[in-house]
Design a protein around this ligand. Structure first.
Ligand code: NAD
Length: 262
């Protein structure tokens, strides 16, 4: 029987217009949730319309998560439309690849702004709303295998994702007595637009790789010998947001086919 764990639940997914975020949003919608997707891409409204075909109510909001006023307006819209929020998934993130001497201050700031500050702003609004409605709720944050093991040419990205792990632990301690759990997930190599860019950018820096060749080589190093899919990640996020995970908080869980094991 198809599982409907999120019937009656309100879920928000940032970075939900495409890739992993879209996969996560689809999973919640397929399991009965009402889902708001937020993204800086205008196509977020089309994604919301697609999700509506799965049955529940949906909302698409164009927002830049690095802008406090826009983030406040986003959570206010979710509250106005659905009356509450049960699950907030902070998935929006960017990856830029650059050798140290060419890594600009702008690239550094942009990465930390989206991946860390944007997440903080969303967690702040999510927790405030969950507390106002009497406590209880799930906050789930996107980290990365790079929160375990920094890869080459991405010191800014690795710093941001280690930052996500620290923020997740700290917030889990602060929000535990409100019944709000805070956890993070670490995707490894997941087929998405981000990974297409990574294949190209790392491939150019690490050698004379044809498109797709570097990814194939790295996938070969994954114990399970395949890249992950947004659906693989969505399964973990849905579990962390479910009743079965009610005693799990402050954890950062890998979903990477064994690419990293600590
Ligand atoms: P993606 O680039 O395909 O999707 C990211 C989404 O976030 C996009 O829709 C983008 O518009 C949105 N976004 C970026 N900046 C934003 C902002 N300022 N405000 C609002 N939305 C914004 O990437 P993906 O592969 O789906 O990655 C999703 C998350 O998973 C990211 O946090 C990423 O760091 C993490 N991750 C991905 C992989 C992978 O292999 N794909 C591996 C590890 C971690």
């Amino acid at each position: 029987m198809e599982s409907r764990r999120f019937e009656g639940k309100i879920v928000l997914v940032t970075g939900g217009a495409r890739g992993i975020g879209r996969g996560i949003a689809r999973r919640f919608a397929a399991e009965g949730g009402s889902v708001a997707v937020a993204d800086r891409l205008e196509s977020v409204e089309e994604t919301a319309a697609e999700l509506a075909e799965l049955g529940g109510e949906t909302l698409g909001v164009a927002v830049d998560v690095t802008d406090k006023a826009q983030v406040e307006a986003l959570y206010a819209r979710v509250e106005e439309r659905f009356g509450r929020l049960d699950v907030s998934v902070q998935n929006a993130g960017i990856l830029r690849i650059s050798p140290l001497e060419r890594l600009s201050e702008d690239e550094w700031d942009a990465t930390l702004d989206v991946n860390v500050k944007g997440m903080f702003l969303c967690c702040q609004q999510a927790a405030a709303l969950m507390r106002r409605q009497g406590g209880g709720g799930r906050i789930v944050n996107s980290a990365s295998a790079q929160a375990r093991d920094g890869f080459v040419y991405t010191p800014h990205y690795a710093a941001s994702k280690f930052g996500v792990m620290g923020m997740t632990q700290s917030l889990a301690k602060e929000l535990a007595t409100d019944g709000i759990t805070v956890n993070a997930f670490c995707p490894g190599i997941i087929g998405s637009d981000m990974w297409e860019y990574a294949d190209r950018a790392w491939g150019d820096l690490l050698g004379d790789y044809a498109r797709g060749e570097l990814m194939a080589e790295w996938v070969d190093g994954i114990p399970m010998r395949r890249a992950g899919t947004p659906e693989d990640v969505a399964g973990l996020v849905a579990f962390l947001a479910s009743d079965d995970a009610s005693y799990i908080t402050g954890q950062t869980v890998n979903v990477c086919g064994g690419l990293v094991m600590s």
